[in-house]
Design a protein around this ligand. Structure first.
Ligand SMILES: [Zn+2]
Ligand SMILES: [Zn+2]
Length: 277
């Protein structure tokens, strides 16, 4: 017997528009109004690294010695949750006979099993919130009327970390944020975008977005264009003719954050329109 993972059909089409998250100390996400079931997992009784890893994470009273585990991996735009129950409950849910159990026969933990590392890395498939991995995850009110958008996007692997790199033909799913006042993050802010493999990655990036929106990073200043003017003046002098460089806003609108957010917004709107018709 090996661990089985069954994605929930159509989970992707349920985008939970208007979902609201609740935050605890240090702006940690502690809950949400709605969630969806991404996949179910059955962990058999036989010893495995994955089973041992799962049990390390569970409280004593929730372990099931000598019995298999049934898990449902729940998610929101920004967080993962794991419902721990028996195999019968998960098999009945997979067969479409019943909803997932609530109450004493099920307990819910925050997070998915060791998402993205350890023995579970190759067991749990990478997922995005939107089908296709492009869309808006959340929005935050920023400094002085700014709008900070958390979004999923796709990019060629060869260009993901270097826009002047060589395309490979392989598409990477990523998550980042964008502020429409200061146009951060810049392309060289490597810590402000990341591989998007699941709810943990989306939640991590939402924290960066919320820190920026709150003004705590002290970086939200509208671009002045001063650097572009200096560079253009030097270039003009060297060539003996006037050289103009586009403003940061223009570059952003054409090829960076603003253009990605525009695509994400349009994609989400189209998906939501399709879902209700
Ligand atoms: Zn900003
Ligand atoms: Zn921008």
């Amino acid at each position: 017997m090996s661990i089985t993972v069954v994605p929930v059909p159509q989970a992707h089409s349920n985008l939970l528009p208007g979902n609201r998250h609740q935050y605890g100390p240090n702006s940690r996400i502690v809950g949400a109004d709605m969630q969806r079931v991404a996949m179910t997992v059955v962990v058999p009784v036989e010893d495995s690294d994955a089973r041992a890893d799962l049990e390390r994470y569970l409280l004593e009273e929730h372990r099931r010695p000598g019995r298999p585990y049934g898990l449902a991996l729940l998610e929101t735009q920004l967080m993962g949750l794991m419902l721990v129950t028996g195999v019968e409950e998960i098999e009945a849910f997979r067969a479409g006979r019943v909803a997932l159990p609530v109450g004493p026969q099920a307990v819910v933990y925050g997070g998915w099993p060791s998402c993205g590392h350890g023995p579970w890395e190759d067991i749990i498939p990478a997922t995005t919130w939107h089908p296709g991995g492009v869309g808006v995850l959340d929005e935050y009110d920023g400094v002085d009327g700014a709008r900070v958008t958390l979004y999923e996007f796709t990019i060629d692997e060869g260009l993901a970390w270097n826009r002047h790199g060589t395309p490979t033909g392989k598409t990477l799913t990523m998550v980042s944020w964008h502020c429409d006042r200061c146009h951060l993050p810049y392309d060289f802010d490597l810590g402000e975008r990341m591989d998007n493999r699941g709810p943990d990655d989306r939640g991590w990036m939402s924290r960066n977005a919320r820190v920026h929106a709150s003004g705590r990073d002290g970086r939200c200043r509208p671009p002045t264009g001063e650097m572009e003017r200096v560079v253009a003046a030097v270039a003009s002098e060297m060539r003996g003719q006037r050289v103009e460089l586009p403003s940061p806003e223009a570059t952003c609108a054409a090829e960076e954050g603003c253009s990605r957010v525009r695509l994400a917004r349009a994609t989400t709107a189209r998906l939501l329109a399709g879902a209700t018709s």
